[in-house]
Design a protein around this ligand. Structure first.
Ligand code: SF4
Length: 368
């Protein structure tokens, strides 16, 4: 997206630019299979894999069930996929399958939240739309955005919309940290802004979902600055070609921020070196600020405790669904109150099964 008053592709004098790609690149839609890349580029490249099964008649080929990652053509997940899942996994799935059922007020709330985030982003840098010609170009933009904020952080500055990538349980995850700043005590502080339609703080359950989100950001960021994001981690998970030449606009923008690159692999090496040699610290403190959308008033700030083992366990459980290791789940009985305000309550299989189960348990009514 071009900054206000600028033409797409036009650079302003601002020092820090955030490069934007065409939206929606991360999900390869069913109709896109084989469009830009060969079929071997399909997520997990195993959609048509078959299992051999012995039978009386000899060897029979049988298709194995797709995992949700395969079913939705996903090469990676966003941190927000997992945090949404922590509210209700079934709801997250319906949100992907039947988004048109989402209540209009929820859509308005989300769009307003996005506009507020964009306005905050424009306070610290301009955004520029860059033409991409390959998947590698799209990822180059994310990496350039990351590379451009590292020196700002090194100099003790504040950055917004910082992209983070990493792997948990062999699943590639991406996210965007709202803000990273150094506190008066010199600690690296993550600040996540949550805007709310109603002028009061969220419930405990909503906060829990937000806590998980920021903990995942820390988990991924810390691994990045500790040198765990090696170039081949990205190319193997996303199935990208390091030898792929970068588009002219990408090379131009890289040059403007001081990097001379020709192919995607050059950029990956630069990212790895910059992250490992920059001496950036791990995140010390996690904060979530809740503000009221309409009045723009701060409702409160939560400081989140990071417990690595718990975060990993939770992520393992959610990723087990994505990897096809277990069925989708809805909310537990003690959280059934969430169903009352859920856009999918009319069609929800989990809810129906729960209701049927409790009817069976209570049995037929005895006649007196
Ligand atoms: S009705 Fe309840 S269980 Fe079903 S998707 Fe909504 S919140 Fe989840």
């Amino acid at each position: 997206m071009a900054g206000p008053g600028s033409e797409p592709g036009e650079l302003s004098d601002s020092e820090l630019l955030l490069l934007l790609e065409e939206p929606g690149d991360h999900v390869l839609q069913p109709g896109d299979a084989g469009k830009a890349n060969s079929s071997s580029d399909l997520p997990l490249a195993s959609l048509n894999k078959v299992l051999m099964e012995d039978s009386a008649a000899g060897k029979v080929k049988r298709k194995r069930a797709q995992t949700p990652l395969e079913k939705y053509y996903l090469k990676y997940l966003c941190v927000t996929d997992l945090s949404t899942q922590s509210w209700c996994e079934q709801q997250m799935v319906y949100g992907r399958e039947v988004p048109q059922l989402q209540a209009p007020e929820t859509v308005v709330l989300l769009n307003t939240g996005k506009s507020i985030h964009l306005a905050r982003e424009l306070e610290v840098h301009d955004v520029v739309k860059v033409h991409t010609t390959s998947q590698e170009d799209s990822w180059a933009i994310k990496i350039l955005n990351l590379l451009s904020v590292i020196p700002v952080l090194q100099a003790g500055g504040c950055v917004r919309e910082l992209p983070v990538f990493g792997v948990i349980e062999d699943v590639f995850l991406t996210g965007i940290i709202d803000e990273l700043c150094y506190s008066a005590k010199g600690e690296l502080e993550l600040r996540e802004l949550k805007t709310r339609g109603r002028p009061f703080m969220p419930s405990r359950a909503q906060k829990k979902k937000d806590y998980f989100q920021v903990c995942l950001y820390k988990y991924i960021f810390d691994a990045m600055v500790q040198g765990q994001l090696k170039p081949d981690v990205i190319t193997s998970h996303i199935q990208l070609r390091p030898e792929q030449p970068l588009g002219s606009q990408i090379r131009e923008h890289a040059q403007k921020v001081g990097f001379t690159v020709t192919c995607f692999g050059d950029l990956l090496e630069l990212m790895y070196l910059n992250l490992t040699l920059s001496d950036l610290p791990s995140i010390d403190c996690l904060k979530i600020e809740y503000s009221h959308q309409e009045s723009n008033t701060l409702l409160g700030t939560e400081v989140v405790r990071f417990e690595e083992e718990k975060v990993r366990e939770k992520a393992q459980n959610y990723l087990a669904y994505w990897k096809g290791q277990r069925e989708v789940q809805g909310v537990e009985i003690e959280e059934a109150w969430k169903c009352q305000s859920c856009s999918y309550s009319e069609i929800c299989d989990w809810r129906k099964k729960r209701a049927e189960g409790s009817e069976q348990r209570s049995g037929p009514k005895k006649s007196k």
